[in-house]
Design a protein around this ligand. Structure first.
Ligand code: HEC
Ligand code: HEC
Ligand code: HEC
Ligand code: HEC
Ligand code: HEC
Ligand code: HEC
Ligand code: HEC
Ligand code: HEC
Ligand code: HEC
Length: 257
């Protein structure tokens, strides 16, 4: 480095507010944890709170040479090792207070024949610890779990371990709480037809229509004519003047005409 560059570098550093020296190191150290997904330790957040004192951690808590650090367990941390040197409820929040502060989670999408189910991790991590679900109920890796059926959940597996109508709403009843629906518009030249999911799921389960009458994906169904419905297909399976008002009449109950 030439003298001018060096002086410029030092001047530049002095001009930077606050964390100047910290900017010489990377902010995030990614610590791989198989059981929970990676923990991203932030140097900058810590140096901001603790002051620019590298020696608070290096090398008495963590060696600066990463290969010299063993893998610590949460139990060791509870006893004051590693993050637990400070995260003990005294100097900083305790390791048992809030798992997701260090082990962030994201929502999980399950693909099913009746549309996508979103599992909101955060709603659950506010009530439970990671180990209530991992790894007995679910392996924390989407690719490694088998696919569960609703019948298995009825028997207490997977979501059904809690969603049993007692601890939380039941997998037997509250389909729409996990499987959301919206009203469907069918484009028709003389006037669009609307299918209100909401009124129908008050009367029927998802599987009364899916997938025998309709595939739960607008792009995959063939288009039906009123004649076919008159013969009992699609809406006509129920809208026959017996189970529900007939498709031979009542045009404006379904069509915007
Ligand atoms: C609050 C604790 C803490 C403080 C303070 C701290 N570090 Fe770290 N540092 C860590 C942890 C944790 C690791 C990762 C250790 C591991 O995974 O083995 C680390 C790793 C490092 C690494 C290795 C990064 C890599 O990718 O190989 C360097 C370099 C480093 N720190 C420099 C510094 C310097 C310089 C300072 C002061 C400006 C500092 N640290 C302050 C906790 C701290
Ligand atoms: C030298 C003490 C010390 C050590 C060691 C330490 N922390 Fe912290 N940490 C703090 C303090 C102080 C705060 C801020 C006060 C609070 O939030 O309770 C903090 C805040 C945090 C936060 C919240 C702010 C943010 O960055 O989002 C996280 C997450 C965190 N620490 C993770 C860790 C992890 C992971 C480790 C171990 C790899 C660790 N800390 C080790 C002292 C420490
Ligand atoms: C202050 C940050 C912090 C908090 C809070 C925290 N962890 Fe950790 N946890 C870590 C870090 C860092 C590692 C990786 C340590 C290593 O590999 O050296 C880890 C490792 C683990 C591991 C693998 C090692 C083991 O003990 O089996 C599990 C499982 C785990 N955490 C679960 C939890 C749970 C459950 C909670 C809440 C009760 C929690 N963690 C809270 C930082 C934290
Ligand atoms: C109420 C149960 C429950 C709790 C509590 C819970 N999880 Fe999960 N977790 C799940 C489910 C369900 C999945 C998805 C499994 C699947 O895809 O088959 C999952 C998946 C994961 C995955 C894999 C994500 C992916 O993209 O593959 C990670 C990592 C994870 N969880 C971490 C955590 C951590 C860390 C905590 C605690 C802060 C936690 N979980 C708490 C139920 C839970
Ligand atoms: C460890 C117990 C437990 C497990 C396992 C569990 N849940 Fe929950 N879940 C709850 C509790 C408790 C509530 C809140 C109480 C209620 O609403 O009845 C809840 C609430 C929800 C909510 C409503 C969230 C909101 O915003 O109000 C959804 C959606 C949900 N769970 C989906 C799932 C899915 C999908 C699975 C399986 C992949 C699952 N849960 C597994 C306990 C659990
Ligand atoms: C607590 C959330 C939850 C509730 C309540 C729920 N499901 Fe599910 N359902 C799921 C999840 C998650 C999957 C995907 C599981 C997987 O892929 O491992 C699923 C899968 C399915 C599947 C495809 C697998 C199979 O069993 O054929 C159907 C169909 C289904 N659900 C229908 C329903 C119906 C009907 C109801 C109401 C009686 C219902 N679900 C209630 C979460 C729920
Ligand atoms: C009375 C019959 C009926 C019932 C009951 C029913 N659906 Fe549907 N569903 C339909 C029809 C009709 C469509 C539209 C098909 C088309 O567009 O060709 C549809 C479409 C869907 C789609 C695809 C939406 C899109 O934008 O592509 C999803 C997802 C879906 N339904 C989920 C559900 C779930 C979950 C339940 C139970 C809570 C349910 N349905 C109950 C008739 C029903
Ligand atoms: C599984 C039986 C079933 C199927 C399939 C079905 N419906 Fe219905 N539908 C009903 C019943 C039962 C009612 C309420 C009784 C009545 O109004 O005669 C109803 C009511 C309605 C209503 C009036 C809702 C309200 O808010 O008053 C509309 C609009 C409707 N259906 C449209 C459709 C359309 C469009 C389709 C086809 C895409 C369809 N339905 C398929 C059974 C069904
Ligand atoms: C139960 C609800 C419902 C009733 C009642 C109904 N329709 Fe329809 N109609 C639909 C739906 C849904 C479609 C679109 C189907 C598709 O695209 O797959 C449709 C499609 C059509 C089409 C275009 C397809 C074709 O057959 O040419 C016409 C025209 C039509 N309706 C006219 C009518 C008239 C006229 C009436 C009254 C005699 C009527 N509909 C009653 C739901 C209804």
């Amino acid at each position: 480095m030439s003298r001018t560059v060096l002086i410029l570098a030092i001047a530049f550093t002095l001009l930077l507010p606050g964390l100047a020296s910290a900017r010489w190191i990377d902010d995030i150290v990614k610590m791989d944890v198989e059981a929970t997904g990676p923990v991203n330790f932030s140097h900058y957040n810590h140096l901001e709170t603790l002051g620019k004192k590298c020696t608070l951690c290096h090398n008495k808590v963590y060696n600066i040479v990463r290969s010299k650090n063993p893998d610590f367990s949460m139990d060791e941390m509870r006893k004051g090792k590693a993050c637990g040197a400070c995260h003990n409820g005294d100097k900083a929040f305790a390791v048992d207070d809030d798992c997701s502060a260090c082990h962030p989670t994201h929502d999980i999408a399950f693909k099913t024949e009746v549309g996508n189910v979103t599992f909101p991790h955060d709603v659950h991590t506010e009530m439970y610890s990671c180990s209530d679900c991992h790894s007995d109920l679910f392996i924390p890796d989407q690719k490694k779990n088998k696919q569960f059926t609703m019948a298995e959940m009825d028997e207490g597996e997977a979501c059904g371990a809690c969603h049993d109508g007692d601890t939380a709403f039941s997998v037997k009843e509250d389909c729409a709480s996990c499987h959301p629906t919206k009203d469907i518009t069918f484009k028709v030249e003389d006037g669009d037809a609307t299918f209100p999911h909401s009124t129908h799921i008050e009367m029927y389960g998802c599987t009364d229509c899916h997938s025998d009458l309709f595939i739960a994906d607008q792009k995959k169904n063939k288009r039906f004519t009123m004649d076919e419905m008159g013969e009992g297909e699609a809406c006509g399976a129920c809208h026959d003047g017996d189970t529900a008002f007939t498709v031979e009449d009542n045009c404006d109950s379904c069509h915007d005409m």
